[in-house]
Design a protein around this ligand. Structure first.
Ligand code: ADP
Length: 369
């Protein structure tokens, strides 16, 4: 690569271009054109600087990365990109005559981005300087970061119920076993935390299967009305216990294309949230209809609602408006992330409207059979 570029820059010098035209020169110019096109079209940013670290040439990708419009030729590179670490890298490569590589955050790139930068010294007759190659690695860095965050979150979420289980078990062993009432309470707590752990692990496995695309979609005709009624029956008791009225408008058969277990899980998670985030005496409604050639179901509650600040985050993994409250009631912060993935896998769309203190409506549209 460096050889190619040194050839390109050298040959492009006006004084050499003025040399006599011959057949050899013609073929040489053809090669130059090819190299020029390559230089112009490369997605990596390229900048060639002379021994004084002044820009001699930069390709369009370089201009684009830094949102530059003025001509850069002749300007000091540090004046163009005010990034000390980049300047030092180019300088070191020149003085040590060594190819160097470094990952740098360039705040000047719009928006701020991570780059892998290679500095390649070029020392040939008629051309001497350093070539900087800028490769945007922001996406890889972000993925790396989200993987690290995910592992940290999972560890934390596993640790919390485990610490409680251990604490209660230790107290039981040391003394509480002799006091049957206390022992019973503690065993109930252990049971509750063990259930949370199981739910968390099951949901993590679901997400990992969805991520890996390992969910085999059967795409069968399903009557959404019937499926919804069955799901509502499962929730009846829990809603009654919390004195929340659970309404559903009777709907004629509504055939959708999908897999019943996945649609059931979406509905289950949304109803579970409506139950969890609606205070006693509230109302939850399940609405089924067709709209714009799609089947639509809405889970509407008049519960605590979600603030406009929080709303964009609710489908993120482990995100919860109130961590302690959600965890206490067995929430994992994964339910809506799963709903989002499942809806996408079924070729549907998911929307939410919510107002703090007033309630939320989650709408899922699915392809009609
Ligand atoms: P969790 O297990 O915490 O319920 P979810 O992924 O299902 O996790 O939901 C993420 C967060 O979104 C919840 O912690 C809660 O803050 C908010 N949320 C979800 N559904 C509702 C709802 N119906 N009303 C109010 N807030 C909700």
């Amino acid at each position: 690569m460096a050889k190619l570029f040194s050839y390109f820059f050298k040959q492009n010098k006006p004084e050499i271009q003025k040399e006599e035209k011959s057949l050899a020169l013609e073929s040489c110019q053809k090669e130059l054109k090819k190299l020029g096109a390559l230089f112009q079209s490369m997605s990596q940013g390229l900048v060639f600087c002379n021994q004084d670290l002044q820009v001699e040439r930069a390709n369009p990708a370089f201009y684009q990365i830094f949102a530059l419009s003025e001509r850069l030729e002749g300007k000091a590179v540090l004046e163009v990109i005010r990034e000390e670490s980049l300047y030092s890298l180019l300088k070191k490569s020149l003085s040590e005559k060594k190819q160097l590589e470094k990952e740098i955050i360039l705040h000047q790139a719009k928006p701020k981005r991570y780059f892998k930068i290679q500095a390649i010294p070029i020392e040939e007759t008629g051309l001497s300087g350093v070539l900087g190659i800028f490769e945007d690695i922001t996406r890889t860095k972000e993925l790396e970061q989200s993987r690290q965050d995910f592992v940290a979150n999972v560890s934390h979420e596993l640790k919390t119920p485990l610490t409680s289980i251990r604490g209660y078990a230790e107290t039981l062993l040391s003394s509480a076993l002799e006091r049957p009432e206390t022992a019973r309470r503690f065993v109930q707590k252990i049971h509750h935390h063990a259930q949370s752990l199981q739910k968390l692990i099951e949901e993590l496995l679901d997400l990992s299967r969805l991520d890996a695309g390992r969910i085999q979609l059967k795409k069968e005709k399903i009557d959404l009305s019937e499926l919804a009624q069955n799901c509502l029956k499962d929730f009846q008791e829990a809603f009654e216990a919390k004195k929340i009225s659970l309404k559903s408008t009777p709907s004629p058969p509504l055939l959708v294309l999908g897999e019943s277990s996945l649609i059931k899980q979406i509905l289950f998670n949304l109803l579970q949230n409506a139950l969890q985030y609606t205070p006693e005496g509230g109302e939850v409604e399940l609405i089924l209809k067709t709209e714009e050639g799609q089947a639509l179901f809405e889970v509407k509650d008049n519960g605590i609602g979600i603030s406009t600040k929080d709303l964009p985050h609710i489908f993120e993994r482990f995100w919860r408006a109130d961590k302690a409250r959600s965890r206490d009631s067995g929430g994992t912060g994964l339910g809506l992330a799963i709903v989002k993935h499942l809806t996408q896998a079924l070729g549907g769309e998911l929307e939410v409207t919510s107002e703090l203190g007033k309630g939320s409506t989650f709408s899922v549209s699915l392809p009609l059979a």
